[in-house]
Design a protein around this ligand. Structure first.
Ligand code: NAI
Ligand code: MG
Length: 332
């Protein structure tokens, strides 16, 4: 039995977590959950956003599944998500975006995986504010080592999964240092993978290409801010944040997460869609080499998504969160 740290999160987090736990149990997945929360709920209870018991659990288990977390706004709190990524050097943010039969979208056959550098760039935390002059600097720090790690992760993934093309997204024409360093590292590393098509594209053109002809992209790799924006754009191409998976992966640890937020508008109603967290949990099963379990659950999920009425309201169905989960369980 592999032990996994489970962070239910805030808002709809506990509701979608219960659904995933029920599906895992029904599928006899050989994992046990070490439940440790973070976020608003723990802050209200014990005054800590990231309790030390959670940190200990993560260090021990090295793999976690995380629901959405509300970060208190305007009190100088640093985002829990950003803190966890930096604390454990989870430098790859991996976001697959694949068209699913039954989920309404404008496009067919989108099948891309975005690798976003997760710890540096404009989100390095190097922020200076001159109160007197009212000048704000948010520094984008990119390191060679950081670029090497994310670019390698993208090429390695493409090789393992039989992808054909890796595309780097950048703004090296304007960002003469940060952009240029990332692009030059990409071109160097691409030489080690002669069987893959490697190309690069400027971020603005990429946005246009993605909303016109998204089927053309395979693996995409980019720096932190561009990746943050593009990953949500890609989610929109395949049905939105309610249906896409996400993972934060480092050399030592990986945290799989629903990429949507805590949805305070529907929290407590039991109607949230558990698909995003379930898909992240399926990615997690691949990561810990439980491929049969991953494939079985994925097949049951896909067989449910094609019957709209068996899904939650956001997908056009009538089921609540647990009914949706039961409909998936019935197909295992
Ligand atoms: P949100 O993603 O929570 O909600 C946006 C809209 O999508 C809402 O109408 C919500 O009802 C709907 N929605 C989201 N997930 C859904 C699901 N699984 N099923 C059905 N409908 C769903 O974004 P919002 O409102 O901007 O943020 C709310 C809170 O979440 C904030 O405190 C924010 O900081 C936090 N947040 C946390 C994230 C994380 O932990 N990864 C990511 C984004 C936001
Ligand atoms: Mg984001």
């Amino acid at each position: 039995m592999k032990q996994i740290t489970l962070i239910p999160g805030d808002g709809i987090g506990p509701e979608i977590t219960e659904a995933v736990k029920a599906i895992f149990e029904a599928a006899n997945v050989p994992v046990t959950w070490d439940e440790e929360n973070a976020g608003q709920t723990t802050f209200d209870a014990i005054g800590e956003l990231i309790p030390s018991t959670l940190i200990a659990s993560l260090k021990k288990n090295k793999v976690a599944l995380k629901g959405p977390i509300t970060t208190p706004v305007g009190k100088g709190f640093k985002s829990v998500n950003v803190q966890l990524r930096q604390m454990f050097e989870l430098y790859s943010n991996v976001r697959p975006a694949k068209t699913t039969p039954g989920v309404n979208t404008r496009f067919e056959n989108v099948n891309s995986v975005l690798f976003r550098e997760n710890t540096e760039g404009l989100y390095s935390g190097l922020e200076i504010f001159d109160e007197r002059l009212q000048i704000a600097d948010s520094i984008s720090r990119v390191t060679r080592e950081g670029c090497v790690k994310i670019v390698r992760a993208a090429f390695e993934y493409a090789t393992r999964h039989g992808c054909k093309r890796v595309t780097a997204v950048h703004k090296a024409n304007i960002l003469k240092h940060a952009g240029a360093l990332f692009l030059s590292v990409f071109r160097e590393i691409a030489k080690d993978y002669p069987n893959l098509q490697a190309d690069d594209i400027i971020i603005d053109n990429m946005c246009m290409q993605l909303v016109v002809k998204p089927e053309q992209f395979d693996v995409i790799v980019t720096t932190n801010l561009f990746g943050d924006i593009l990953s949500d754009l890609c989610a929109g191409l395949v049905g939105g944040l309610g249906v896409v998976a996400g993972a934060n992966i480092g050399d030592e640890m990986a945290i799989f997460e629903a990429v949507h937020g805590s949805a305070p508008d529907i929290a407590g109603k039991g109607i949230a869609n558990p698909t995003a967290l379930l898909r992240s949990a399926i990615m997690m099963l691949h990561h810990i080499d439980l491929k049969d379990e991953a494939n079985r659950i994925e097949a049951a999920l896909e067989a449910t998504l094609v019957n709209k009425e068996e899904c939650t309201g956001d997908l056009g169905g009538k089921a609540n969160t647990m009914q949706f989960a039961q409909n998936i369980i019935a197909k295992l």
